[in-house]
Design a binder for this molecule. Structure first.
Ligand code: DGT
Ligand code: MG
Length: 625
């Protein structure tokens, strides 16, 4: 699309809050709700099993001590019960005890692994499916966007939103359904287990949490603004890439590579700098976490050791301290993971908002309710039309346009560059809506038509037209997807394209490269005209579409229009008088207003602009000829 510098640089960011944005975005989960729930469910089982392992270890140690010295003071009552269960009244045996416990541990580990793998699988399905839906929803929405909607975001920003932003959200989602459930669950389960072993000791560890929470809150609030800005920088960087790559030929012919490199470097440097700044803040997360966790661990070790020595293991046993350390380690791990999730969430808040903005954007041009699905004929009327590209623009691109065109007429539009010729014809298929006044097609206000119906009856060969990668036939079927080979050939004959197509070795299966780079400018224009003809439109608009075609071929194209599509209204915008001089009506535009309407003879005898153009072009023609 156009990346117009004068397009409104609206800042849509301030319009949506975080929670409404989350609400909008999560609607795209849809069919992936089930895996999204299964993943954390399996994670929970996995964690539960994982947490049981150190507990079983404590029991094993207790059991071993008991088997070794049955007369010991304060044996672990659960271990004792298990020994009794295994051996009954027989003599307990150390090897068999270890074997039993070993098998139990192995089973736990195996189950936990299985559930872990299951949760991983569902997590991958859920997050990539969610991302797919997000891209789809945005993409579908963008298809309904009018040009003013696209101008509002800029096309490069839309691309960033579709790619980078979605990836961020996908990663966060993956973390949330897997790790964000896992870490708190692990934290809580380890905490409970630690409390079961010894509640006083567990409290020591808990004391570090408020410090941690406050620290994290400060880090988040400082880092979020940077992440918000980073995405705008991304947009700028992608804009540079998009412009450069699509305009590579121009860049090369003007030897602007160095300038472009410089521009890109600057944009990517900006992204880097902001990332560094944000990461610098985020980096405090690690030391803060380490401080809290290690302070907690040291306190437990010191207090635990003192208790064991002073109370001779009555209050806390060595085996208990060992499991306690395992649980503390699990808590440490889960806290670390939690903080990483926090970082990921901080990073994706900006992305969530940016995605929601696209999904919530209301297309400015839509089909009305009870829309008309039939266009009677190709008559056109502009009634007092004024138009500017965006609300805050100072200048109107079109002023006080009143023009009536009968169905089947051929209209020429002439005027110097920037006078609003393209702007005028864009209003007919509602690529833009008139700011003031009305446009009628087939006697009906165009706003009453179904958009597809209207646009299907208006074929426009744009000034900057594009072909897509694919064969000539593929490209032709853009005009009409059901077109038969005969229809395609006929349209190409009318557009004087058949002749050069026949010269390609593969003829109609000739492959057109992306952007149509392997056909000449004039060939491309003729292919675009043929594509428009296949729509069998009621109105055909050629916006400077034969500028690269030689005069003879140009005349042949017009001749075939006259002969084969007489009922179609034809609007021809041209720089050459020759292209329009046989039109029923020629409209002369100047600075956005119609200064004269008439046929060739009338204008030649009465209009100065037309006379000037005619004589200059004909003189040039004489000289050249
Ligand atoms: P041409 O094709 O060079 O012979 O010129 P025209 O007559 O087709 O001019 P047109 O309609 O493209 O432009 C009329 C005015 O509107 C001119 O001042 C530039 C401005 N304009 C054109 N396209 C856009 C657009 O997409 N966005 C904005 N903001 N302004 C535009
Ligand atoms: Mg134009």
């Amino acid at each position: 699309m156009n990346s117009d510098k004068t397009a409104p640089q609206l800042n849509p960011t301030k319009t949506i809050g975080f929670f409404p944005a989350v609400k909008t975005v999560t609607k795209s989960i849809r069919e992936y709700k089930r895996p999204s729930l299964l993943a954390p469910f399996f994670v929970a089982i996995e964690v539960l099993l994982e947490c049981l392992i150190p507990y079983v270890m404590t029991l094993l140690l207790g059991a071993m001590q008991y088997v070794d010295t049955p007369t010991m003071a304060n044996p672990n009552p659960i271990s004792v019960n298990i020994i009794k269960l295994i051996f009954g009244s027989a003599q307990p045996n150390m090897l068999i005890t270890i074997l039993y416990f070993g098998l139990a541990l192995l089973l736990l580990a195996f189950l936990s692994l299985t559930f872990g793998a299951l949760s991983g699988k569902f997590c991958a399905i859920a997050s990539s499916g969610f991302a797919k839906n997000l891209r789809k929803d945005m993409y579908h929405k963008i298809q309904d966007f009018s040009f003013s909607n696209i101008d509002k975001f800029s096309s490069s920003s839309l691309i960033t939103r579709l790619t980078t932003d979605v990836t961020h959200v996908e990663m966060s989602y993956m973390m949330i359904i897997r790790t964000a459930i896992r870490s708190p669950f692990m934290l809580v389960t380890s905490m409970i287990m630690a409390f079961t072993i010894n509640s006083t000791m567990a409290l020591i560890f808990l004391c570090t949490t408020p410090i941690l929470a406050i620290g994290l809150a400060i880090i988040m609030s400082k880092a979020i603004p940077f992440f918000n800005r980073i995405f705008k920088r991304y947009d700028k960087m992608n804009e540079s890439v998009e412009e450069n790559i699509s305009g590579m030929r121009v860049v090369k012919s003007y030897v602007r590579e160095d300038y472009e490199k410089e521009k890109f470097n600057k944009a990517s440097e900006n992204v880097k700098n902001d990332f560094i700044k944000a990461e610098k803040i985020i980096a405090f997360n690690g030391p803060l976490m380490n401080f809290c966790v290690y302070a907690g661990l040291i306190a437990i070790y010191v207090v635990g050791s003192i208790l064991i020595i002073n109370t001779n293991q009555a209050f806390l046993k060595i085996t208990e301290l060992q499991s306690f350390m395992t649980y503390s380690f699990q808590m440490l791990m889960s806290l670390m993971m939690l903080s990483m999730i926090m970082v990921q969430i901080i990073m994706s808040t900006a992305s969530i908002k940016r995605i929601a903005e696209v999904i919530n954007e209301r297309p400015t041009i839509v089909t009305p309710e009870n829309a008309l699905k039939h266009v009677k004929n190709g008559s056109i009327e502009f009634k007092n039309v004024n138009f500017k590209y965006f609300e805050k623009a100072e200048k109107y691109a079109l002023k006080d346009i009143d023009l009536k065109i009968e169905s089947g007429q051929t209209i020429g539009i002439i005027g110097s560059t920037g006078t609003g010729k393209t702007s005028l014809v864009q209003l007919i298929p509602r690529l833009y809506d008139a700011t003031l006044g009305e446009v009628f097609v087939g006697g009906i206000n165009i706003k009453e038509y179904d958009l597809d119906t209207l646009r299907n009856s208006v074929a426009m060969v744009l000034q900057k037209n594009v072909l897509f990668s694919g064969t000539i036939k593929d490209n032709m079927r853009w005009g009409n997807k059901n077109a038969t080979d005969e229809e395609i050939i006929e349209a190409c004959k009318l557009a004087q394209a058949d002749e050069f197509i026949q010269n390609f070795p593969e003829k109609y299966n000739h492959y057109i490269e992306q952007g149509g780079v392997n056909v000449s400018g004039g060939q491309k224009q003729r292919l675009c005209i043929a594509r428009a003809l296949l729509k069998k439109p009621k109105i055909l608009i050629l916006d400077d579409s034969t500028s690269a075609v030689d005069t003879k071929t140009d005349a042949l194209i017009r001749k075939s229009f006259r002969e084969y599509i007489p009922e179609t209204t034809k609007i021809i915008i041209a720089q050459r008088i020759a292209s329009v001089q046989d039109a029923d009506k020629i409209v002369i535009l100047d600075k956005g207003t119609i200064v004269a309407v008439g046929n060739h003879e009338q204008l030649l005898s009465s209009n100065e602009i037309y006379q000037e153009l005619y004589y200059s072009q004909n003189k040039a023609g004489d000289n050249n000829g």
